[in-house]
Ligand binder design. Sequence first.
Ligand SMILES: *[C@@H]1O[C@H](CO)[C@@H](O)[C@H](O)[C@H]1NC(C)=O
Length: 200
Amino acid sequence: MHFLNLLAKTALVLLTMATAIYATAVPSPISDKTIIISHRSIASKRSFADTKAALDATLPNLNTTFRDLLNANDPAGALAALKDLPALNSFMPPRDFGQLITIYGINGKHALQYEIGNPYTASKFARHNLGAALYAPIRVALIEDSHGVVRFVFDKPTSTFGQFGDPRIDAVAVALDNELTQLFLFAGGWPSSWPLPPLP
Ligand SMILES: *[C@@H]1O[C@H](CO)[C@@H](O)[C@H](O)[C@H]1NC(C)=O
């Protein structure tokens, strides 16, 4: 019994060593990197419904004419259409997480997920680093917290795009941080410089 136990342990050690040797010989398909994210939360002075209404009234649905022009092999036309877009746009109808959890009998909760951005801005990130495809447009949550405070929450583009360590990307991200912040201050009933003109 004791001998069998020892044999099993030895086999396990050998297997672990073999795996380790194999792992150094064959590169892993998986690589991990830890980044620091700065998370911004902007409290609204308004009710959830009034905050949502103010946001929706100032945030147009994305005009996708640029895509038709790209599909028609007209990059110059697409660029002109992109330059025509307002600073920020809504990429999809908001996803309703408050409604989702009614399946558990939890009612009256408010949480919406938006995707907000500008594909011309996205192109200014992507031309320098295609990793930008993970972060544009910006995911934003509009949530009523457990104290009844309505908040916009997002990861600041300066930190998500900042991981690329490219000053050309950083400059665009600083402007995008500000656009999002001004938009949410505006929708939340605070003084704000929204609406901002599109970035040059
Ligand atoms: C969408 O963009 C195109 C190109 O800029 C413009 O001609 C068109 O009027 C826009 N459509 C809407 C609904 O704003």
